[in-house]
Design a binder for this molecule. Structure first.
Ligand code: GLN
Length: 578
């Protein structure tokens, strides 16, 4: 049924209104909007699909490649979105260890997602949603739930067609709503679990027809020092594996340490069945934000437009290039201490490190990060570890490990008037530090670490009932009201903001009086005043703690108001010392 619909779609120009209505009635998946074709008929508008797969090994930067291609198409005037499909069985990465999986990105609608969604948002300046992310776990969960409800009418439920149909349904979630939908498949081709996803890509491409879909494969071309040569064999094998699944890539992005000369590209082209101009090098860049410019230099966007029959308009990368120039050659330089406990995997704080790059560029400043392991901070080491630092950010996190170190670091910067930015757990630690050392409650703590009479950070009643771990925190965007006379307001220049959350514990209102009377300022709350969102110390150059995660909304070029203000204050602190 779906195939007849899809075949008709590839013949779009000839579809007349009767056929269209008939086809739409048959359709199981989301209905695309209608538009008037050149022949005057109303036809469903469908999107162009770009599938991105990766080969040879993981961590080649598929997320950056997808985002960069998306940006180039957007800068040519097309509307673009990106979806990430992850073949693992977890329903979402929310319960995974950040040391293994990296940061959990959170969307406005509260999805806990892969960190690549952060790249998509940062490059494309478009907010992602639940529909931009799927895992094998979610796909199977939905299919099995439907089966239990009797939704398959006695049929044997199988990987093909039921799992693949569910994957395709998800891939079509934005069909017709964007000019181009980029679909990034997680993992590496050849992994057992990615099979149904590759099969779904193959089928969807067949359904929408050539000219409406494109396969891009990101591969690795290692440079063997002893031979002084780039080696193409891993790429040949990877493409061969892809072909076994019925996918012939149209374009190869070759990650390499050094430039690919004509001979190498011709060799890859010949053995992988790809045009020579479509073998595009992706060599290591000084900053990830330079990648779109490198791709544009090799005309990647032009080739994509041509192969997808997208009418080209001029590519405009002026603002983007200025942003990259500021990242590469800024006027000033500062050092920020990032106090956290997942320092062994810098991806755990991906959005924070990117937000610093954005805010640095806006302040014309290179932000050097000093990673400080909170477990190493003691009364004896705090001074040395924080020496010559221009500002500190205390990171989000879970569990009691490293908490005392974070509190000691906060005490140090509060007393020494060094700019402080606390995010989520970082803000909670700032409240505990203030309660202990200023408001005379030496036993102050969070219920998360030690339950006692001085839990200045505590669980809200709705969280007390929660028993399951996955997807049960306070998640996603919530409105916040800012007090006008505050640093937060000065940064946002607005009283009404919305920021994303991912936590269980909150500021305990039972202690509001005791803490504010001693000088802690509550400058942001939920609109009903019930939940504390921002705390500050007015008698300090810049001391701000936020219960939400501002880093998740920092975008390339425009940055985030709080990060920009924090870097500005830290730069002022650095310049004063000169
Ligand atoms: N562990 C804290 C909580 O659950 C903070 C979470 C975070 O930093 N995201 O409230």
């Amino acid at each position: 049924m779906r195939r007849s619909y899809a075949n008709a779609l590839s013949n779009r120009a000839n579809i007349c209104i009767f056929e269209t209505v008939h086809l739409l009635r048959q359709r199981i998946v989301t209905t695309p909007p209608l538009f008037r074709s050149s022949t005057g008929c109303l036809v469903p508008k469908t999107s162009k699909f770009i599938f991105i797969t990766g080969g040879v090994l993981s961590s080649l930067g598929k997320g950056i490649a997808s985002s960069s291609i998306g940006l180039l198409l957007r800068q040519r005037g097309f509307s673009v979105t990106v979806q990430k499909l992850d073949p693992y069985i977890n329903v979402d990465p929310g319960t995974m260890n950040p040391l293994q999986h990296g940061e959990v990105f959170v969307t406005d609608d509260g999805a806990e997602a892969d960190l690549d969604l952060g790249h998509y948002e940062r490059y494309l300046d478009v907010s992602m949603s639940r529909q931009n992310t799927s895992t094998a776990g979610q796909v199977y969960f939905d299919v099995i739930t439907r089966e239990r409800q009797g939704g398959y009418l006695g049929k044997t439920v199988q990987v093909v067609p039921h799992i693949t149909d569910e994957i395709k349904k998800r891939m079509r979630a934005f069909d017709g709503k964007f000019d181009v939908i980029i679909i990034e498949i997680g993992g590496t081709v050849g992994d057992i679990e990615s099979l149904p996803f590759l099969e779904a890509c193959r089928q969807l491409r067949h359904e929408v027809g050539r000219g409406n879909a494109l396969d891009i494969h990101l591969t690795y071309v290692p440079y063997i020092k002893s031979a002084g040569e780039l080696k193409t064999k891993p790429t040949q094998h990877s493409v061969k594996t892809l072909m076994e699944f019925g996918i012939t890539p149209d374009l190869l992005l070759c990650r390499a340490e050094v430039s690919l000369d004509r001979e190498i590209r011709a060799k890859i082209a010949l053995f992988c069945n790809v045009e020579e101009r479509s073998v595009i090098e992706a060599i290591d860049a000084q900053t990830i934000y330079e990648v779109p410019m490198m791709f544009a230099k090799h005309k990647l966007d032009e080739i994509v437009c041509e192969k997808l029959n997208l009418k080209k308009s001029k590519l405009n990368l002026d603002t983007w290039s200025r942003f990259v120039h500021r990242i590469k050659s800024p006027k000033h330089e500062i050092t920020i201490g990032l106090v956290g406990k997942y320092n062994k995997n810098p991806d755990s704080y991906k959005s924070i490190t990117e937000a610093f790059i954005h805010a640095g560029a806006i302040n014309n400043t290179r932000v050097n990060l000093r990673w400080i392991d909170s477990e190493e901070i003691t009364k004896d080491t705090v001074k040395t570890l924080l020496a010559d630092i221009d500002g500190i950010l205390v990171a989000p996190g879970f569990g009691s490990r490293g908490i005392e170190g974070k509190i000691l670091a906060i005490e140090h910067v509060r007393k020494n008037l060094i700019p402080f930015f606390g995010i989520c757990l970082g803000m909670q630690c700032a409240v505990i530090e203030f309660a202990r050392n200023v408001a005379g409650m030496p036993l102050a703590n969070s219920t998360e670490f030690k339950k006692n009479k001085f839990n200045v950070i505590d669980l809200m009643p709705e969280q007390r009932k929660v028993t399951e771990k996955g997807g049960t925190m306070r998640l996603g965007a919530y409105p916040c009201h800012l007090e006008k006379k505050s640093r937060a307001f000065a940064a946002y220049k607005s009283e009404h903001i919305s920021e994303r959350h991912r936590h269980r514990y909150e500021f305990n209102n039972d202690f509001t009086e005791q803490l504010t009377s001693k000088g802690l300022k509550i400058s942001g709350t939920s609109p009903d005043g019930r939940l504390v969102e921002v705390i500050e110390l007015p008698n300090h150059p810049w001391f701000v703690g936020v219960q939400f995660h501002p880093e998740l909304k920092s975008r390339a070029v425009t940055g985030h108001p709080l990060f920009v203000a924090f870097i500005k204050a830290s730069l002022a602190n650095a310049l004063e010392k000169l």
